[in-house]
Design a protein around this ligand. Sequence first.
Ligand SMILES: NC(=O)c1ccc[n+]([C@@H]2O[C@H](COP(=O)([O-])OP(=O)(O)OC[C@H]3O[C@@H](n4cnc5c(N)ncnc54)[C@H](O)[C@@H]3O)[C@@H](O)[C@H]2O)c1
Length: 410
Amino acid sequence: MPGMGAVATTTIAGVMLARRGLGLPIGSLTQMATLPLQRRDGAVEVPLKEAVPLATLDQLVFGGWDLFPDDALQSATHAEVLSEKHLGLVAEELRAVKPMPAVFYPEYVRRLHGTHVKKAPSKADMVAQVRDDIRRFLRDEGCDRGVAVWCGSTEVYREASAVHQSIESFEDGLRHGSPEISNSQIYAWALLQEGIPMANGSPGLTVDFPAMYELARVRGVPIAGKDFKTGQTLMKTVIGPALKARMLGLRGWYSTNILGNRDGEVLDDPDSFRSKEVSKLGVLESVLAKDAHPDLYGSFAHKVRIDYYPPRGDQKEGWDNIDFFGWLHYPMQMKINLLCRDSILAAPIVLDLALLLDLAHRAGMTGMQDWLGFYFKSPMSAPGTLAEHDLFVQQVRLHDAIRRIAREEV
Ligand SMILES: NC(=O)c1ccc[n+]([C@@H]2O[C@H](COP(=O)([O-])OP(=O)(O)OC[C@H]3O[C@@H](n4cnc5c(N)ncnc54)[C@H](O)[C@@H]3O)[C@@H](O)[C@H]2O)c1
């Protein structure tokens, strides 16, 4: 995991607790869900982890990079997501997970100032150093395979440019230190070159541009992204489809959040917030298909705000005000007040993505895995196709893909 902050350490500690029987991995489909299958004598629900050969929790070894040298215990303690009691039960194991020095060009995450960073004459040399890290880690830990999930901070907003269009242009950009190539893209390039599948948990470009699609194909690895769908957006992709299913109209949707963790501090920089805003705003337009229903969804207002409010820590609070209308345009309102825990919702997603991408890799699936869109706020989709945001359509696609891997009837 590049980025060993709140989400990464909550995932790591949770897996360590779960595999010792000291906690349940709630929220993880790979650990808790069943898959509906057709049998000759009727439908059955089979535990997902029995339907397909997933890696088991006791086979996992964790590693990562961060610009702070804190080990996973220190980082988890700083994040204040899990209790001292929980962390104490796996303290020794957590202490042994020490981050490797980060690739960190600070212009992509301006609010953080770390010292545990690599030095290299060019971005191409940075890629080479990360590739060395990966090989050393896999060798020292005795791993057969690797899989990566970007759990690093949200980088400032950028759109894909000329350098992102092909393998050649990207490698040229690496050699010449193109300012368009961000930290997360350097990790991603190194990981894919090493044949390691990668998922992107934040809204940045990371693995979502033509050069990366091409490299994933050439190296035969699956990729997925982007931006974990955890709290407010998860609810938006449930309520939005419900309004549409009943042909109720929408006049406006106002969403605001407060959070006080390091993620919130990074998002306090307007350019990093812009990445998140774009990711959160795309959802409703797609779910409601406004061109097909101009009377209902032709002109709704949609606003998303995030405010950094330190007292709240990881315990984010979100408010949604939904102005909708029904029969003869009579107006109605819905208010949602969501008191959630950011990393508690994100950790099972990290675990599922790691296990499912590893499975996809072994099943010979390469390039963009749009069936994993279920887990993301901004699901990647093939150029020219529309991303699906409706949670329940996404769930059907996820199930179908797993059935295909299991060679079951779809
Ligand atoms: N928690 C959620 O519900 C949720 C939902 C969607 C997306 N995300 C995204 O997941 C990511 C992680 O969230 P978090 O709450 O753990 O944040 P965090 O700030 O606790 O952790 C991020 C870590 O990444 C490190 N980092 C930043 N740049 C790096 C680099 N170049 N190399 C290595 N490490 C680097 C930081 O030092 C920090 O320790 C963020 O991008 C966030 O936006 C989280």
